[in-house]
Design a protein around this ligand. Structure first.
Ligand code: AKG
Length: 315
């Protein structure tokens, strides 16, 4: 071919490519845009679909949002360490075994006395008894003159004290007591475990002190959580002779011993607990809190009183 024609031909082809290139690029760009739009539409449709399903489940009540409907322990937001420590305590605070159905019964307002059903599990009751058994000794009473512990026929059971916070299970139980009484665990004395055999009893008495010595640490006793670690076939009731209540109104009236019928009586049942207050809401002692343990007539009785003070009790 003629060199001039050859050059013209090359020039012509180059111009054509230059003219066609933007159009080709435009077409490709449109295709990419269209593909992207399709993808966005698909993601949007998926999102709307999932939202609709979630809304439907919420409306039907099949799922619920985690808005706290139960009371959680207070979180000291002062430090992350404290928060972490508390979180791990909640996990630990489950106690031992499984507790039966729990409910509360108001026994009396004078004195303030409440019955917590299934406060402890069977396993917890058995555990407390097993800790106490090797260390039981004759129970004593407080001498009002000296403030010391003395032997007395008024109280004939055997017993022993556990250390506050002694182990994980004790700590869990003590935390539960604090939750149910609204009294910090640090106000509590160590748990006492008591064993009553045939004929053994504790004559009616007050848990608050009449001497100036025993209130130096922690102040006056304000409340008692009395836990029953066993059933008792006959007798062994905890009786409140000064309670302002119709004693015979209790559903278990016909099952009570003569002693039990002398007041507002609670029949021991494994796992149940009676919370009663030795002080009135104004902080003064409540004489109506007089109570005693009736003699055991058949079987034996295990109980565990936890005494709580008005102030911190140092152990
Ligand atoms: O065991 C009971 O029922 C009562 C115990 C009691 O009153 C006490 O230890 O102060």
């Amino acid at each position: 071919m003629d060199p001039i024609l050859k050059r013209l031909n090359f020039f012509y082809r180059s111009v054509r490519v230059l003219i066609a290139a933007p159009a080709m690029a435009k077409g490709k760009y449109r295709r990419v845009q269209a593909l992207r739009a399709t993808r966005y539409r698909a993601v949007l449709m998926l999102f709307l679909g999932l939202t609709a399903v979630l809304l439907a489940l919420l409306i039907l009540g099949i799922v619920s949002l985690p808005v706290g409907s139960h009371v959680s322990p207070p979180i000291p937001f002062s430090s992350l360490t404290a928060l972490r420590r508390q979180t791990s305590e909640w996990r630990r605070g489950e106690g031992l075994g499984t507790r039966g159905k729990q409910w509360t019964q108001v026994l009396s307002w004078e004195p303030r006395a409440f019955l917590y059903h299934n406060f402890l599990s069977k396993e917890e009751c058995e555990y407390l008894i097993s800790l106490a058994k090797p260390h039981l000794a004759k129970s004593t009473v407080v001498d009002d003159k000296s403030g010391g512990s003395v032997d007395s026929n008024v109280r004939t059971s055997n017993g022993m004290f556990l250390r506050r916070g002694q182990d994980r299970i004790i700590r869990d139980i003590e935390k539960r007591i604090a939750d149910f009484t609204f009294i910090p665990a640090e106000h509590g004395e160590g748990l006492q475990i008591l064993h009553y055999e045939f004929g053994q009893k504790y004559e009616p008495h007050h848990d608050y002190f009449g001497d100036p010595f025993n209130t130096r640490n922690g102040g006056q006793r304000t409340a008692t959580m009395l836990m029953y670690l066993s059933d008792v076939e006959e007798g062994g009731e905890t009786v409140f002779p000064y309670a302002k209540a119709n004693f015979s109104d209790v559903p278990w009236w016909n099952e009570l011993s003569e002693c039990g019928k002398r007041g507002l009586a609670v029949k021991p049942k494994m796992g149940n607990a009676v919370l009663f207050w030795s002080t009135k809401p104004d902080g003064t002692v409540d004489p109506a809190s007089l109570h005693g343990s009736c003699p055991v007539i058949k079987g034996d009785k295990w109980s565990a009183p936890k005494w709580m003070r008005l102030e911190e009790y140092k152990v």
